[in-house]
Design a protein around this ligand. Structure first.
Ligand SMILES: NC(=O)C1=CN([C@@H]2O[C@H](COP(=O)(O)OP(=O)(O)OC[C@H]3O[C@@H](n4cnc5c(N)ncnc54)[C@H](O)[C@@H]3O)[C@@H](O)[C@H]2O)C=CC1
Ligand SMILES: CC(=O)C(=O)O
Ligand SMILES: [Mg+2]
Length: 376
């Protein structure tokens, strides 16, 4: 198969979807790999390194989309890429469709095959291609939160861990999955008073077992959230209902009950955010203030640490990308339930129910496309 890797063009996005090691693997399986010039530069991989691994370098993004049967990238296509994507071209990347009707409609219109990293799902319900970036974002959430809690950046002016004789900060984490767990570990390690909320009692039990003594677990519900936000200094939004729009657990009215200078890091922004007042921001201008509450809502947090994130992401995506390249999307999705769940839009039809629900658009069951002879 002919594989194309464009340079990411989202603001301050320096990750790349394939490393030189990944190129070698693809070549070992008899595939051809084209990389846009400088695509790996921000992650420490030069064009020379890709050439040495056997890739061919193309000078611009148009050339990559023009030649490739499968595009592998990191972030969702942005508006200038919509028309570069061709009918029947397989695009393997994060899409987060439920947060963007414009993207959803553009991918319906171009009739491509959209296989979303974030909904590839294992039998145990884990999301293997979201996990590594959630690990990064969860850890970063506390780092960023600590920074914006400083007075000069608009925060309350409180040190997460306090100092001897002074109380530490209160950190509330809503959602105890991968992001939530990593955020809790970091905040607890710094000495903060940490509370994790989740709607899953089994999950809260697991967390209570593994977390240190300065982390408590509380059931997530409207009453408990309303109470906890009043004395939280840092709040991390970390909920997920796979593929769907995040529920708004903190409404605009509730901001008025919070302490001035509270920082909210809504990591779930890529699925629309779990705070009503969340709107996506960039690494260049990551925060804004509403009702004296600092909002940090960067939708590509791991993009800021590409040396860590590119390798973590490609460690997870490469085995799936190889299956897709070896078998073609149809056969690969017939053979693997995990990959099949990654299909969101196929040739103009939404095949992932929560995306159709998010915009009240028609839904076509994915098996409609996977029946019959596989096309390689
Ligand atoms: N902004 C960014 O750069 C990044 C954002 N993310 C996003 O972070 C979010 C969380 O991802 P993961 O931790 O991997 O998901 P996960 O599936 O591991 O965890 C989500 C947790 O939320 C819980 N949950 C669902 N509804 C809830 C509610 N009403 N109250 C409390 N908990 C609730 C679930 O029970 C689950 O434990 C996703 O939207 C993901 O896309 C992930 C990586 C980077
Ligand atoms: C998960 C995601 O959206 C990211 O890593 O940017
Ligand atoms: Mg207030």
């Amino acid at each position: 198969m002919i594989i194309g890797v464009p340079k990411e063009i989202k603001q301050n996005e320096s990750r790349v979807a394939l490393t030189p090691a990944g190129v070698t693997e693809m070549l070992n399986h008899n595939h051809t790999v084209y990389i846009q010039t400088q695509a790996g530069e921000g992650s420490g991989f030069s064009d020379e390194a890709y050439k040495d691994a056997g890739a061919q370098i193309l000078p611009n993004i148009e050339a990559i989309y023009d030649i490739a049967e499968m595009i592998i990238k990191v972030k969702e296509p942005i508006a200038s890429e919509y028309n570069l994507i061709k009918e029947n071209q397989l695009v393997f990347t994060y899409f987060h469709f439920a947060s963007s009707e414009a993207l959803t409609k553009a991918m319906i219109d171009n009739k491509s095959i959209c296989l979303a990293y974030e909904t590839v799902e294992k039998a145990d319900r884990s999301l293997p291609l979201l996990v590594p970036m959630s690990e990064v974002a969860g850890r970063m959430a506390v780092q960023e939160g600590a920074k914006y809690l400083e007075k000069p950046t608009g925060g309350r002016g409180i040190l997460l861990g306090g100092v001897p004789g002074v109380k530490p900060a209160n950190v509330l984490i809503i959602g105890g999955g991968i992001v939530g767990t990593q955020a809790a570990k970091m905040a607890a390690g710094l000495g903060a008073n940490v509370t994790i909320m989740d709607i899953s009692l089994p999950r809260l039990r697991q967390l209570a077992d593994i977390m240190p003594a300065n982390v408590e677990t509380i059931m997530s519900n409207q009453y408990n959230i309303a109470e906890a936000i009043q004395h939280s200094d840092l709040i991390v939004g970390a909920v997920l209902i796979p593929g769907a729009k995040a529920p708004h657990l903190i409404t605009q009215d509730m901001l008025k009950t919070m302490q001035p200078g509270t920082v909210v890091v809504d990591v779930a922004v890529d699925q629309g955010g779990c705070i009503e007042t969340c709107k996506p921001t960039t690494h260049e201008d990551p925060t804004y203030v509403i009702d004296e509450v600092v909002h940090y809502c960067v939708a590509n947090m791991p993009g800021a640490v590409p040396y860590t994130s590119t390798v973590a992401l490609t460690n997870a995506t490469l085995p799936y990308a190889i299956q897709l390249a070896n078998k073609g999307w149809k056969k690969a999705c017939q053979d693997s339930k995990e990959l099949k769940l990654g299909l969101n839009i196929v040739q103009g039809e939404i095949v992932y129910q929560p995306v159709a629900t998010a915009f009240d658009l028609p839904y076509t069951p994915v098996d409609t496309y996977l029946k019959g002879e596989a096309v390689v």
